[in-house]
Design a binder for this molecule. Sequence first.
Ligand code: COA
Length: 626
Amino acid sequence: MLAWAARTMARPSGMLKPVALRKLTGRYLAHQQELPALPVPPLQQTLDHYLLALQPIISEEELSHTRALVEEFRKPGGVGERLQKGLERRARKQENWLSDWWLKTAYLEYRLPVVVHSSPGVVLPKQDFQDRQGQLRFAAKLIEGALDFKTMIDNETLPVEYLGGKPLCMNQYYQILSSCRIPGPKRDSVVNYARGKKPPTHITVVHNFQFFELDVYASDGTPLTTDQIFIQLEKIWNTSLQTNKEPIGILTTNHRNSWAHAYNNLIKDKTNKESVRSIEKSIFTVCLDAPIPRVSDDIYRSRVAAQMLHGGGSRWNSGNRWFDKTLQFIVAEDGSCGLVYEHAPAEGPPIVALLDHVVEYTKKPELVRTPMVPLPMPKKLRFNITPEIKDDIEKAKRNLNIMVQDLDITAVVFHHFGKNFPKSQKISPDAFIQIALQLAYYRMYKEACATYESASLRMFRLGRTDTIRSASVDSLKFTKAMDDTGKPDPEKAELLRRATQAHRAYTDMAITGNAIDRHLLGLKLQAIQDLVSMPELFMDTAYAVAMHFNLSTSQVPAKTDCVMCFGPVVPDGYGVCYNPMADHINFAISAFNSCAETNAARMAHYLQKALLDMRQLLQENPKSKL
Ligand code: COA
């Protein structure tokens, strides 16, 4: 969601085949063609909003310097206008002027490991099984549920989603199955086998670091049933009891350049190449994890969040993954479960919609017992480990273990109220939570910081996200006033209401394609493409401050009582993801242990206090009816 935030600092764009729009006909295409194209916002509007967005996060002196740069940039006939025209030309020629650039800049050219830095995880509620039987039964049902969802994708019968009454682009749903990221020396790529002549019919199952190809369709093309999948999973389990295998999947956790190098080395061997291709082509991956270390109930969720993000390290389950795979379900023997997904093809909401469907499916009673027909043994994917590959694995293990040590993550349930309370106050719940985050941060650091909240651009064809800048002039007025004993409470309550309205107004601006971040990025990339010298505006310290998102946040709502989690996007920042339910809110907050100034549990404490204080303020100071 999020890693991109720090990455908009510019990388030249080059030649790359983007994830193409799936070649489909019928309902899907008809729907897609109805969607409007992403607009290029007016230049002057973006520049005015940029100056406003800087106000709460930089000094007056810096701001006056930036104002002068903006004036220069916006002059009639100046560089700004020239770049804007270039963008408008691009928008006329392309299906979406941003999507290809965004995919490359935010994901494929990003070189840090996908683990922690880019791939989000999802924590599901603990399931009530404690042993292998229960684990495999649940995994089998989950697989059947995911295949049921796949049928809707394949038949193009997925119901169209809406935001604010407007239909959304459904393309991301067609990118998440049978796809995989492939490391490249300077830039990665994404392959999608779903639209090939012979779409894959297998999934990948990993147990004890050993990979298996499991065909999940019968010869007549119907999906296997839970009973049949269960038998197949048992076979896999029984043939992978040894725990002394090389954790080949650890390679996918490395820095992208190192992994690209190791990848080329790995696939020189024919057997290895076939195994890697099988994983890449598979519909999705199911990781049958060893039980996670026992911890007390109060830190259990945080422990699972870490498990979903990185697998716990080389001695635990990190080798039980192929982190480049778009979708990996994780089912541990102790009932912990969730998923991790590679971010390039999709945002959280489609992934969570799939998960909601799967979770509902697992709750259905199994009414019909399937007659048992003999099924072939799932294919074990073999790897020949040369000394060089072994060396690459060892290096990847070391780097991963450092990352695991460094991640500080807290997953909490705020159980005092959920989105019903702000709604009862006629306030947007999302705005309420974001302003609480601003208050928490201000109380901790006595200043505001550049804050990123992802906003959906899916109202537009191939739309991904833009940024809602939650630190605003109005949010800072409120956070400063809140603990000011000289200010009367009714005034504080009024400032709070105004701050939430400003946030909601920014949200509306963002989802209708009028936010500033992607536009500024577009102007910058246009300058690189046109080979003109980089405008001063983008070399300015204020721009660097604006792009240094100490708070990187996202709402990922779900029907299931789960929470998505992700790492911070800067070394001294927080990653905050939340799922507001009617009467409680699930949060996951991350930071890095190597930064002395940040602490996820402390942020969680301040956030909960901010939410409670804000509720009290509103309840004690109701809005005047006049
Ligand atoms: N009074 C009463 N109710 C209100 C209200 C108000 N002033 N404002 C909003 N509400 C209601 C809404 O109608 C909605 O009702 P519902 O629960 O029945 O659906 C609910 O409160 C939630 O609205 P709100 O909190 O304003 O958020 P939203 O649903 O509009 O979402 C974003 C806001 C920014 C999260 C959303 O627009 C978006 O872009 N989501 C995608 C984010 C994304 O891609 N994240 C993943 C990155 S990996």
